[in-house]
Design a binder for this molecule. Structure first.
Ligand code: SF4
Length: 339
């Protein structure tokens, strides 16, 4: 597990009690595999990217999705945004409609602004493009006014619309990507590693912008990152993924104070921004053995069992269900030790 920079300092809005919230997006039993070439003989292998993942994003909340590279979090994010079809399972909006590609209520912000923006077009054109597709009946002058308005909201000047992506810094380009995602008034935004390509000082500015816009437009965020520090600053709740499965789901504060799953404990242990003995001084910190197995050849039972210091015979045979941790209702973990 690589060490990560300390999380940038950002302001955090007060969380709304869950019982007052309604679902914005429901992911039901999502599974996704990819066929990949395997070895010199080029045999086809099946990469199990996401296995039976269920999550509910509530209206107005930020739900963090954290895990290492290859955990399936970006695949799950693209499925949530309607950009990828799951093999099985459904993504439902709050009115129970199934999310289809290009659905306006769900938009996505990608990590890499240079590939999200067409270098041959002005940033005004890139921001306006989703509107040109979705609301082509609107007069061009009104669409241009909307672009000017959204550019101001993300901290850019309307007269910068005629410039090209290479004329902007990385942080400014990411603001353009945010403007493009918001131009059609989405209800839900999937943010996939939105600041991981930026310097720490710029990260904080973009994260604060995302928090401001969330409040202003009553957005709901599915916020994906490999960095538990950043996810912790942004999210009301956090789901932890390991090799395609959600292994823990909890309110942010509880996850940091009382991580239940050995994988989450190990993620926290590798976070240099946290106090050595954990926030409350009682945090459990598991140390995992070895490296993650190939996603082309996942172990039977709990996928963490070859690395887990608490492994038991049942762990090698039975996949643990995601269920409430003993003594809680909203803190879930997929581990035979917790229940
Ligand atoms: Fe470790 Fe077993 Fe829990 Fe998996 S189910 S995390 S192997 S104790």
């Amino acid at each position: 597990m690589t060490s990560k920079p300390a999380a940038p300092s950002v302001s955090h809005p007060p969380a709304t009690p869950r019982q007052q919230q309604e679902p914005a997006l429901i992911l039901q039993s999502i599974s996704k595999t990819f066929a990949v070439k395997k070895g010199v003989l080029a045999n086809q292998g099946l990469l199990r990217a996401v296995s039976d993942a269920s999550l509910t994003l509530y209206k107005g909340e930020t739900l963090g999705l954290v895990g290492e590279s290859g955990s399936g979090k970006s695949t799950l994010g693209r499925i949530a945004a309607g950009l990828l079809e799951p093999d099985s399972g459904e993504v439902l909006l709050r009115d129970k409609r199934i999310v289809r590609p290009g659905e306006q209520p769900v938009q996505m912000i990608f990590q890499d602004s240079s590939s999200a923006l067409n270098p041959r077009h002005s940033i005004g054109w890139s921001v306006r493009e989703p509107l040109d597709i979705a609301e082509s009946n609107l007069p061009l002058s009104i669409r241009k006014k909307k672009v000017e308005h959204i550019l101001r909201l993300v901290g850019l000047m309307p007269d910068q619309a005629a410039r090209f992506p290479h004329e902007f810094s990385g942080g400014q380009r990411q603001r353009v990507v945010v403007a493009r995602a918001l131009i059609c008034n989405p209800e839900i935004v999937v943010c996939d590693e939105p600041v991981s390509s930026l310097d720490a000082s710029v990260q904080a500015q973009v994260l604060n912008l995302l928090l401001d816009l969330k409040e202003q437009f009553a957005l709901s965020y599915l916020f994906i990152s490999h960095d538990l520090g950043v996810v912790g600053h942004m999210s009301d709740r956090i789901a932890v993924m390991y090799l395609g499965r959600i292994v823990e789901l909890s309110d942010t504060e509880e996850l940091f104070a009382q991580p239940a799953h050995p994988y989450t404990q190990a993620l926290l242990a590798s976070q240099p921004g946290l106090p050595a003995d954990g926030q409350a001084g009682t945090i459990k910190r598991a140390e995992l053995l070895g490296d993650p197995p190939s996603p082309l050849n996942l172990p039977a039972g709990c996928a963490l069992h070859p690395r887990c210091p608490f492994v038991m015979p049942i762990c090698r045979e039975k996949v643990p269900e995601l269920k409430p941790v003993a003594g809680t209702t909203a803190h879930l973990a997929a581990c035979h030790l917790c229940g």
